[in-house]
Design a protein. Sequence first.
Length: 81
Amino acid sequence: MTASISILINGEPVSAEPGVSLGSVIHARHKSFRTSPKLSWPRGIYCGMGVCFECVITVDGKPARACVTPVRNGMSVEVHS
């Protein structure tokens, strides 16, 4: 069993298992990555393999695709809503 690590999502500490994608952590906690700019419904994981860019978030101040970015201890993540 691997010890969990700690990351920040929108300033809130979250525990995660090492090696899992940010997409899976965010989906389990927030259910969406952002709200459609012209519509009011939340957007989530679509392709799950880094092709569609629907899951772009900010990681340590830089854009990243959540579905292909593994968690690492201490990372700071902003989920756009």
